[in-house]
Design a protein around this ligand. Structure first.
Ligand SMILES: [Zn+2]
Length: 276
């Protein structure tokens, strides 16, 4: 069913539901958070926005958890809320795939992007999985393999985010190919559902820093640093829209990261919340 919706309904209970069709009496047939079809009353319809922002994980899917206890889902939400505010201040319209600590499967996040046909979809994450010491941040900015616009936007967000983080003299961790990169699946398409499923919407997956590294966990728990990352992302977006700057950090031959299941964001065992 992916891609059959047009616009979203913000339900009276606060969920973002892609609209399959309008119905008599002001009701709407919507794509529920669990990817089912439901007819509901009330809510507020939004036809399109400039940017769809996606705070990764949420609810029963905390994502990475730092040794100090910081949950990636909460950090992603805090940074994305700051990014949303900054974009709105700059005059853009924005929709977030979630605004609270709730589970939203990746297929639904992607459907929200397709329903709103934005300039770009940006998924905000923090990483885990290496303890290889580095003198520079291990920021990874993933782009869609077949989209030059995704690649350029990712390169610009990478450049601006690195400019913020590299000011801090802490013990970073990084993989050897940290930068602006891509990850293929077995078929040569995009491995990550947040890049593959929203296509043709231009999409970027940001892994700003390693939450699994206590020094980085402490740094990014600071709201001022979160604000700097949000502002850096807005600067990257404005450069994407107003210049031909190519971005930087491009890795032509990324380390093989495997074809295994990414684990999170499926609709398995999904229980829909009350939508009206
Ligand atoms: Zn994540």
């Amino acid at each position: 069913m992916n891609g059959q919706t047009d616009g979203v309904l913000i339900t009276e209970t606060g969920w973002i539901t892609p609209v399959l069709s309008g119905l008599a009496g002001g009701r709407h047939r919507v794509w529920t958070p669990c990817g089912r079809t439901q007819d509901i009353a009330g809510g507020r319809f939004v036809g399109s926005v400039d940017f769809v922002l996606d705070p990764g994980h949420g609810g029963s899917e905390p994502g990475a958890v730092g040794r100090g206890g910081l949950r990636e889902a909460d950090l992603n939400l805090d940074v994305t809320l700051k990014l949303s505010d900054a974009l709105i201040d700059a005059g853009y319209s924005v929709m977030m795939t979630r605004q609270t600590d709730v589970r939203v499967p990746i297929v639904t996040r992607a459907e929200i992007a397709q329903a709103l046909d934005p300039i770009a979809f940006i998924s905000v994450h923090f990483n885990a999985g290496t303890d290889a010491a580095s003198t520079t941040p291990g920021t990874e900015m993933y782009h869609q393999i077949d989209s030059p616009d995704s690649k350029r936007l990712a390169g610009l967000v990478y450049e601006e985010a690195l400019g913020v983080l590299d000011q801090f003299d802490i013990g970073w961790v990084a993989l050897g190919d940290a930068g602006t990169l891509f990850r293929p699946n077995r078929a040569g398409g995009d491995y990550y559902g947040v890049l593959r499923r929203p296509a043709p919407v231009v999409s970027v997956l940001a892994e700003f820093a390693y939450l699994s590294n206590p020094a980085e966990e402490q740094l990014v728990s600071d709201p001022a640093v979160q604000q700097m990352l949000a502002d850096a992302t807005v600067t990257a977006i404005e450069r994407f829209l107003t210049t031909d700057d190519p971005g930087s950090g491009f890795i032509d031959d990324p380390i093989f990261r495997g074809y295994g299941p990414s684990g999170a964001g499926r609709t398995t065992n999904c229980t829909d919340p009350p939508l009206e």
